[in-house]
Design a protein around this ligand. Structure first.
Ligand code: NAD
Length: 460
């Protein structure tokens, strides 16, 4: 089926492909789910519908009085997709383009991610429509506090636990904790939020966890021989889109392993250096100027050029829908490691697969963040502080196991297609083709969540 679709796709122009492709993240997340659910023939229709859609979505409109004295209104969302395997878990994003459907998609990806990496959480996500670049710290503090107070008991240490995401950080998490604590006097509420500062119950290694998890997953995939001509990160060429928490730390960690960072980018532009960029210099330059653009000794390039650079590994670490039907054919990386959530669209997935590009999917490749968030939560509940080696070692074991399990799942499904096909019933049953790592990860995750749902029994 993929080949037939591709043959058709190649006959339409790039522009047509962009305009035709549905870039709604929620519909993309549902499509990814549907593609995988076909390979689990025993899954009942009602259960599929239940697992596919969010359990709860909260929409909040609230005012703050800004530092300048005016009153401004904001819209925020918190979505709990599924809590069958444990309390909801997921970041809060501040961005002018946040939508309800984006948050729904991100919440569902959290459900599958937590299942892939096997941490006892469900999926959740939050977002506030705002532009942090145009707000003062005092305004952001008020927005955070008001949003958390409006959420009330929709979040809690055993119900739904926020964390950092795009444009939020440890400082934001400190405000969340403080607000919740003020609303719940006399209770120990440290575990209500993760990604906190170290001196307020944060975990060592959490700041680097997303990027470190991507590193461990990439290393394991390479060791398993998934990438032709690449047997370690030593000397591998790496290109990174997005230079925030996930991207900038990935640059440091991949470079530490001997990789050459060819190019990095942020909203201000992209820079390229054939001999390899020094991540520390890029970080310092961004701190001083607000962007990596204009970095000394590097050449400014466009974001489109960056995605099309010849390299071993491309790490999208910015936002959704960066690699699409209209530009996927330009990608010349051997492997894509999705540090971002939802960077690759389904149309792009087909093209990349056809071109032999290995995609380590987001629900595996960026699961390091939620894994160390889980460690932080455990440390808070047990009043412990683990040392960095312990955190990183536990993270490595989780990521290596999850990577192994996703690769094994892909081999299991692709090796047993005839048997699975024989169990797919109905006249209009689809003909099943080979699955990608993304679909394999979804199959693994859906089965895990479905098993727990069935073991618990549908209440009442
Ligand atoms: P961040 O706000 O720290 O950084 C985002 C970066 O992306 C910034 O440098 C920004 O300038 C850049 N960016 C945005 N749009 C871009 C574009 N079109 N081209 C190039 N650069 C662009 O956010 P983050 O926490 O690093 O999150 C990045 C991605 O990683 C998101 O998809 C997020 O959901 C995902 N993620 C983050 C975590 C975490 O723990 N922070 C965990 C898992 C997944």
């Amino acid at each position: 089926m993929a080949n037939a679709t591709l043959a058709r796709a190649s006959k339409v122009s790039k522009k047509e492909k962009t305009t035709r492709e549905d870039l709604n993240p929620y519909r993309i997340a549902q499509l990814q789910f549907d593609l995988a659910a076909r390979y689990i023939p025993d899954l009942k229709k009602g259960l599929i519908e239940y697992l596919k859609r969010p359990a709860r979505a909260v929409y909040i409109e609230f005012p703050i009085q800004t530092e300048r004295g005016s009153v401004r209104n904001f819209v925020g969302f918190r979505v709990l997709h599924n809590s069958v395997r444990g309390p909801g878990k997921g970041g809060i994003r501040y961005h002018p383009k946040v939508t309800a459907d984006e948050v729904r998609a991100l919440a569902s990806w959290m459900t599958w991610k937590c299942a892939v990496v096997d941490v006892p959480f469900g999926g959740a996500k939050g977002g506030i429509i705002c532009n942090p670049k145009k707000l003062t710290q005092a305004d952001l503090r008020r927005i955070t506090r008001r949003f958390i107070s409006e959420l009330g008991d929709d979040i809690g240490p055993h119900t739904d636990i926020p964390a950092p995401d795009v444009n939020t950080n440890a400082g934001t998490m400190a405000w969340i904790y403080d607000t919740y604590q003020v609303m719940h006097p006399g209770q120990d509420s440290l575990a209500v939020v993760t990604g906190k500062p170290l001196d307020i119950g944060g975990s060592l290694g959490r700041r680097e966890a997303t990027a470190r998890g991507s590193l461990f997953a990439a290393q394991r995939a390479i060791e398993r021989g998934l990438v032709d001509g690449l047997d370690s990160l030593e000397g591998a060429t790496v290109v990174i889109q997005g230079f925030g928490n996930a991207g900038s730390i990935a640059a440091e960690l991949f470079a530490e392993q001997g990789a050459r960072i060819l190019a990095v980018s942020d909203t201000g532009g992209a820079v390229f250096k054939g001999r390899g960029l020094d991540p520390a210099l890029a970080i310092a330059h961004k701190r001083e100027t607000g962007s990596v653009a204009g970095l000394d000794g590097a050449r400014n390039i466009s974001n489109e050029e960056l995605l099309a650079l010849e390299c071993d590994i491309l790490i999208p670490a910015a936002l959704e829908n960066q690699i699409r039907g209209d530009n996927a054919a330009d990608v010349r990386a051997k492997m894509i490691v999705e540090a971002a959530n939802g960077p690759t669209t389904p149309a792009a997935d087909e093209i990349l697969e056809e071109n032999g590009v290995v995609v380590l999917p987001d629900i595996l490749a960026n699961a390091g963040g939620v894994t160390v968030s889980y460690f932080e939560w455990v440390q808070n509940l047990e009043h412990q502080q683990w040392d960095l080696e312990e955190v990183n070692d536990k993270l490595r074991r989780k990521m290596v196991r999850a990577t192994e399990e996703v690769i094994d799942e892909q081999e299991r499904v692709n090796g047993g297609l005839d048997e699975i096909q024989s169990r797919v019933k109905g006249k209009s049953a689809p003909t099943l083709g080979l699955v990608s790592l993304r679909t394999a990860a979804f199959i693994l995750a859906i089965r895990r969540v479905a098993n727990v749902a069935l073991e618990r029994g549908i209440w009442p």
